[in-house]
Design a protein around this ligand. Structure first.
Ligand code: HEM
Length: 149
């Protein structure tokens, strides 16, 4: 066996693609889209798409997962996707999207929490806070009374 034969053949894994590459393919004659982290070249399907060309071009070079799911595409439509597969969205690009989602939801919940606290503070006109020592005094008095009986 020669050294050449023994050399390991690198496994040709799926292509890992970045958004700057994917987003270039956004034209009628060169149309890619990302659906659930996978990149599809849908150029040749464009004039066969039962939903028309325009909706496809609108999401060209972008993440079309939501648009694809909103329509409620059939299993046949999902099977067709396999024929257009060109690679995967890179881990970095996937992470970037996840990080944006987390950041957005955290900032939304933080600001809505702060907003809710403000609204609560404004809407409760009754001043409970100064009553706290008074309640403590009454509780102490009741305790002493019971103690003496
Ligand atoms: C490569 C990606 C896509 C494939 C393979 C695909 C395939 C299909 C197929 C086979 C149908 C017929 C109905 C069905 O079997 O579900 C269909 C209908 C449709 N698709 Fe897509 N589609 C793709 C992407 C999209 C995108 C990204 C959108 C929207 C932005 C879209 C919007 C529609 C609409 C509006 C219909 C018509 C539904 C109706 O009239 O009942 N499609 N598509």
């Amino acid at each position: 066996m020669s050294a050449v034969d023994a050399a390991p053949v690198p496994a040709a894994g799926p292509r890992s693609l970045e958004w700057d590459e994917i987003s270039k393919h956004n034209k009628r004659d060169d149309l890619w889209m990302v659906i659930h982290g996978k990149v599809y070249d849908t150029t040749r399907f464009l004039d066969e798409h039962p939903g028309g060309e325009e909706v496809m071009i609108e999401v060209g070079g972008q993440d079309a997962s939501e648009a694809f799911e909103e329509i409620g595409h059939s299993d046949d439509a999902r099977d067709l996707l396999k024929g257009f597969y060109v690679g995967d969205l890179s881990a970095k690009a996937k992470l970037g999207k996840a990080a944006t989602k987390v950041a957005t939801s955290v900032s939304t919940s933080v600001s809505s929490g702060a907003e809710a606290a403000k609204t609560k503070a404004k809407s409760s006109g009754f001043p409970f806070f100064p009553l706290v020592p008074l309640i403590a005094i009454v509780a102490f008095a009741v305790y002493k009374l019971l103690e003496n009986n």
